[in-house]
Design a protein around this ligand. Structure first.
Ligand SMILES: Cc1ncc(COP(=O)(O)O)c(C=O)c1O
Length: 404
């Protein structure tokens, strides 16, 4: 038997398997066994990809566009995205060569931190925050520095708290608006204050805008690079087709930077990790970004219906404090003793397990940070019918009407 365990430590040993993925696996297994499950654990939009996107993918396949493509993205798509970034996001002077196609925004974050950070560099992130941000910082040798965002302030990122977390090791401030998991949307003034801080302390800004199109009235999205003035070259912006165009399985995202040093490093990291995003997905993405955008208001209206259903279902339950999201499709609720006592669970983690055993997905607070264990996230990106039925089941479970 070869000594297969004789490995020295690797930085991946410190990376988690991801609680949400584990809960998803459990639900998928139950579903495969014939059980009816409620998919509140993952943010996978229920919508279908618009037909013109599917047509473009089929046409590209029929035309034999299945060979290697340029490492940084097909030129047609980079050009279209530069135009979109200038006109829709208001980011001035974006050139096609500033845009890099990645295997989803997840990979864009991996590439961003992998090219930006040196060993021991700190990146300030909100707590809670979608798990993979901290993991990708750690993978790049960096250290996530967590700044708590709390219910009392509507989970708004607080520039004073960010300022207090800056150390000589700080390299970047990470911003995510709309925010996963709370659904908070950063107002313009907050983003401007973050730019001022970055300028004052000579820091980079990494802006994850995966949910730029998932917003509820009256909230609006601002790309921080569009507000950064002379500091815009120090902003790296990350986007995704997964949520805006409901195409997460096509794994298409992109990042934008004007830094020549980062651009060189990005080309190298892209070549050595993916050597170009799937060609057909890129032709589909081109149709998505240049074609009609009327699916967006329709999608937002449907998410608004689902938001009401789930917020109502979780309201007025002792020990459950839901936050009505301003954007994205997650319901974040803080939990406390009366609920735990009533349900006989030791905390949110145990509750999430029990719910999963009963076929209801969720993500426990501690999957998102170090200061948010008494919370739980429900994704309402699954179909409206599933949200309607699931919300009723959830309410019954949390009020103790049905035993879980
Ligand atoms: C905040 C945030 N950023 C990035 C991503 C990654 O999206 P994708 O890799 O599907 O583009 C997600 C996915 O849920 C997310 O919530």
């Amino acid at each position: 038997m070869p000594a297969i365990e004789a490995l020295s430590a690797n930085k991946l040993d410190a990376i988690s398997f991801g609680k949400i993925v584990q809960i998803r696996e459990k639900l998928l297994k139950a579903q495969a066994g014939g059980a009816k499950v409620v998919r509140f654990e993952s943010g996978d939009p229920s919508f279908s990809v618009p037909p013109h996107v599917l047509d473009a993918i089929a046409a590209a396949g029929a035309a034999g566009k299945t060979h290697y493509v340029p490492n940084d993205g097909i030129p047609e798509l980079r050009r279209a995205l530069a135009e979109k970034l200038r006109t829709k996001n208001g980011i001035a002077d974006v050139e096609p060569t500033d845009v890099y196609l990645t295997n989803g925004a997840m990979h864009a974050l991996y590439v961003t931190f992998g090219t930006l950070l040196s060993e021991g560099d700190e990146v300030i992130i909100p707590d809670p925050m979608w798990t993979e941000v901290a993991e990708n910082i750690r993978l790049a040798g960096g250290v996530p520095a967590r700044v708590v965002v709390d219910a009392e302030h509507g989970y708004a990122y607080d520039p004073d708290a960010i300022a207090a977390a800056i150390t000589p090791q700080t390299r970047a401030i990470f911003v995510n608006s709309p925010h996963n998991p709370t659904g908070a949307v950063a107002p313009r003034e907050t983003l401007e204050a973050i730019v001022d801080l970055a300028r004052e302390h000579d820091l980079w800004i990494v802006s994850d805008e995966a949910y730029e199109d998932v917003l509820y009235e009256p909230y609006v999205h601002h790309s921080i690079a569009s507000l950064a003035g002379d500091w815009a070259p120090r902003v790296i912006s990350v986007f995704s087709f997964s949520k805006s165009h409901a195409m997460p399985g096509l794994r298409t995202g992109y990042l934008v930077t004007k830094s020549p040093v980062l651009q060189e490093r990005i080309q190298k990291l892209l070549r050595c990790t993916i050597n170009g995003v799937n060609s057909l997905a890129q032709w589909g993405a081109l149709a998505a970004v240049t074609g009609p955008q009327d699916h967006l208001p329709a999608m937002r209206a449907e998410y608004a219906v689902r938001r009401t259903l789930i917020v109502d279902a979780l309201s007025g339950i002792p020990g459950v404090r839901p936050f009505q999201p301003h954007g994205a499709f997650y319901l974040w609720a803080e939990l406390d003793a009366p609920l735990y006592r009533k349900l006989g669970v030791s905390g949110a983690d145990a509750l999430s397990e029990r719910l999963a055993d009963a076929g209801i997905g969720s993500a426990p607070g501690d999957a998102f940070g170090e200061h948010c264990a008494d919370a739980i996230r429900f994704a309402f990106s699954c179909s409206t019918e599933m949200v309607r039925n699931g919300a009723a089941q959830l309410r019954a479970a949390l009020t103790g009407e049905t035993r879980i």
